[in-house]
Design a binder for this molecule. Structure first.
Ligand SMILES: [Zn+2]
Ligand SMILES: [Zn+2]
Ligand SMILES: [Zn+2]
Length: 269
């Protein structure tokens, strides 16, 4: 599987779209890997996770052909993960040159939001209402939504994705995993785990993870054999409030054998 990380910031972006704090000013000056947009990923050019408001920027920046996407998984309805109005730009009046439908998978709230904002799709967007801990055949992938520790107003999900003996966990947005999610993961062997590290050094591990919780999870993954010996952990979804630029994060995570995500990063498993 080829995993293309399109964005690696928390909701406001890093630098934040309106923010003039010292960290955002520094990120603007440093540029490069310090410029982070709202999060999403594409697997093998066809399976997309989340549809943030920075999608058009991702398409232009990384030369993406969005018409190739056949399936879209939605983690939750925070606006940095789902901007349904732009999904409607895929309908025939706005988009030409292809006729396959887009399959959208999510729990009840994202599906409701898409139906409500997009209206009649005339079969060009097909919705699939998914449930936690059930495995779905999505193209050639096996996808299992797992409950996250995130917004309590909805059943936010993270995803385990498997294909050809390879598997990875798309683990954000979430704080410390709920018990049922740990139970589901025991006995699985991941090649890659992508984790939320929104909270940096802040002593908070609910709704989002911090550095200490990521380290603790790494220990548990190894202890429980959830991560293969040659498997990788990558951290992402950073908030400007943590005050850590890309190099600061590298200095913290490299000695632990954990990779730091940046916009446009490609991973092959
Ligand atoms: Zn988010
Ligand atoms: Zn800022
Ligand atoms: Zn969120």
């Amino acid at each position: 599987m080829k995993i293309h990380l399109l964005g690696t910031s928390a909701a406001e972006g890093f630098p934040g779209i309106f923010c003039q704090c010292e960290h955002c000013k520094k990120a603007r000056i440093l540029g490069g890997k310090n410029i982070r947009t709202r999060t999403s990923a594409i697997i093998d050019d066809i399976l997309k996770i989340d549809f943030p408001p920075d999608t058009n920027l991702h398409v232009l920046r990384d030369g993406i052909d969005l018409s190739k996407i056949t399936d879209l998984l939605i983690t939750h309805t925070h606006s940095d993960h789902l901007y349904p109005e732009d999904l409607s730009m895929r309908l025939p009046i706005y988009a030409h040159g292809f006729d396959h439908p887009l399959h959208v998978y999510g729990h009840d709230l994202p599906i409701f939001l898409c139906r409500n904002r997009i209206g009649n799709t005339d079969g060009h967007i097909i919705y699939h209402h998914t449930h936690a801990y059930r495995t779905y055949e999505v193209s050639n992938y096996k996808v299992t939504p797992l409950l996250a520790d995130h917004n309590k107003q909805e059943s936010c999900m993270i995803f385990a994705i498997e294909k050809n003996e390879k598997s990875f966990l798309y683990g954000h947005d979430t704080g410390w995993f709920p018990h049922e999610t740990w139970e589901w993961l025991k006995g699985k062997q991941m090649d890659l785990i992508i984790l939320d590290c929104t909270n940096g050094h802040f002593p908070v591990r609910h709704n989002h993870l911090n550095i200490e919780a990521v380290k603790e999870m790494q220990g548990l993954f190894l202890q429980e054999n959830i991560l293969k010996k040659e498997g990788k952990i990558i951290v992402t979804h950073f908030s400007h409030n943590i005050g850590l630029q890309h190099q600061d994060l590298e200095d913290i995570f490299k000695p632990l054998g954990i990779e730091v995500a940046y916009d446009g990063k490609m991973i092959e498993i």
